[in-house]
Write a protein that binds this ligand. Structure first.
Ligand code: NOJ
Length: 494
């Protein structure tokens, strides 16, 4: 079925141009004064504004959107190797061309502009910059990001760059065993220094590593992500330590080589712990669980030590580390980025050694199109709240949130992705609850601007608010694009 193409005017009408959005708001506001005569029910939801200056953005990552894997001197990454290994990707696809963002980036920036986003989170492909991982840089690689950043700035969109979104140069996997060696942590810092020295005149926010925990567990424990390793527990713990060390060394390198005003932090998918019922005891238990279940990631980054419980549980498999490593890992950061998709655990206070019980998920718990993606909007309230409270963090960005959907066009050609809108509306309502209570969330990056290569799910899970036809590369807004546009225009949940 062909997709209906919206003209800008139709899209504006669908989404609500800002003037339209404003008049809607004013009429809704004035109507609050009078409640429905018969029922007494007020016509307006309670005030739902986000703080002024709240940064609305969208996110993508290099291997998932760029394509052009052999262009301009790019070297191979572990994801090229993995995706080309039979049996790894559900639809037998790969990121060779993906959405062709490498060539179509200017068009994609216009999509962002039409949404009204003020920020774009993208990642830099390390193997474009250092095809061999270390050694001689490939200037053409960084040129692409330089052009991208200039185009964003020309369109009033602030660039937020992630340095590592899982596409390790294959050469480092071959030479050092990738993250199994601390040589990779050091190489990461050198690459981070090189990039910040050249881009920090225009890029003010850098994320070090995206989702340390997924790259450790799925990449090195379960073998479901590149490099496809299934290490024993001791090896896995050591990889986790090297990844955290890579983060810390990169923070130091960015401080040393970035211009004044360069800000840096991780983008982590913290294990999310939700109080099953909001009692003071359960809330405290959820905080304790957050600290323990993120011990190898945010906890060590923000406290400079592994918790006693983490080391005790690891026993003889504990990672080998020095006191200096811990100092490096906990180098001061400027913000914490949080990818929030799903509640990992509902927590109940318990009179046991840990102080909490993790409630098992009933089989009847609903999920979105992806079976792992259980909707639990309160996760986006609790995760930043726990992080702010546990570690006194003053600046938080939601670096990813969104969902895949089946996204079938209706008879009129439109993708009415009301499941995604339902998901986003509920999450954003909970995020607004957080900001209204003073949780310091400064911005939100919707995952994703457009459908893209969803790792081992290939192109079968579509997370975009723009549909991508992977043959023609044509982008078409889904109804959720109109929802997001309206939300941004109102600075309130639409
Ligand atoms: C988090 C990852 O950072 C991103 O690459 C992925 O596509 C989304 N989750 C959805 O699974």
């Amino acid at each position: 079925m062909p997709f209906k193409r919206f003209s800008r005017r139709q899209f504006g009408g669908l989404a609500g141009s800002s003037a339209f959005g404003l008049s809607m708001m004013l009429s809704a506001r004035s109507s609050t004064a009078q409640s429905d005569q018969a029922t007494g029910i007020q016509n307006q939801r309670p005030p739902s504004d986000f703080p002024s200056g709240f940064l609305w953005g969208t996110a993508t990552s290099a291997y998932q959107v760029e394509g052009a894997v052999n262009e301009d001197g790019r070297g191979p990454s572990i994801w090229d190797r993995f995706a080309h290994t039979p049996g790894t990707i559900s639809d037998r696809s790969n990121g060779d061309t993906a959405t062709d963002h490498y060539r179509l980036y200017k068009q994609d920036i216009q999509l962002m502009k039409s949404l009204g986003v003020k920020a774009y989170r993208f990642s830099i492909a390390w193997p474009r910059v250092f095809p061999e991982g270390t050694g001689s840089a490939n200037p053409k690689g960084l040129d692409f990001y330089s052009r991208l950043v200039d185009e964003l700035s020309a369109n009033g969109i602030e660039p937020f760059a992630t340095l590592y979104h899982w596409d390790l140069p294959q050469a480092l996997q071959d030479r050092f065993g990738g993250w199994t060696s601390r040589d990779t942590s050091k190489a990461f810092a050198d690459y981070a220094a090189h990039v910040t020295a050249r881009l920090s005149d225009r890029v003010k926010h850098f994320f070090t590593i995206n989702e340390c925990s997924r790259l450790v567990h799925l990449g090195h424990g379960l073998g479901a992500d590149a490099p496809g390793l299934k290490l024993p527990q001791s090896g896995l713990n050591q990889v986790r330590h090297h990844v955290a060390l890579g983060h810390g060394l990169a923070v130091q390198a960015i401080r040393a080589h970035g211009r004044a005003g360069t800000r840096v932090g991780p983008a982590e998918n913290a294990v999310s712990c939700i109080p099953a019922i909001e009692t003071p005891a359960n809330i405290r238990a959820a905080e304790i669980a957050t600290r323990e279940l993120n011990a190898g990631y945010l906890t060590v980054m923000l406290e400079g030590k592994y918790t006693d419980a983490y080391l005790a549980r690891a026993g003889n498999d504990a990672p080998k580390f020095t006191a200096d490593d811990l100092r490096v890992i906990s180098s001061p950061i400027d913000f914490v980025g949080l990818n929030v998709y799903t509640p990992d655990h509902y927590v109940v206070a318990a009179d046991n050694e840990r102080g909490f019980t993790l409630a098992p998920f009933p089989a009847s718990f609903p999920h979105m199109k992806a079976s792992w993606l259980r909707p639990g909007p309160e996760a986006i309230y609790w995760v930043p709240r726990h992080v702010a409270k546990l570690w006194n963090v003053k600046s938080i960005y939601i670096t990813e949130n969104g969902t895949s959907g089946s996204d079938q066009p209706a008879a009129d050609g439109t993708i009415y992705d009301v499941d995604r809108i339902m998901y986003l509306r509920n999450y954003l309502t909970q995020l607004q609850r957080a900001t209204s209570e003073g949780v310091p969330v400064l911005g939100y990056f919707l995952w994703s601007l457009m459908d893209n290569f969803e790792w081992s799910d290939g192109y079968e899970q579509r997370f975009g608010i723009y549909h991508v036809d992977f043959d023609s590369k044509r982008r078409t807004p889904k109804l959720s694009a109109a929802f997001y546009r309206e939300t941004i225009a109102r600075n309130a949940v639409a």
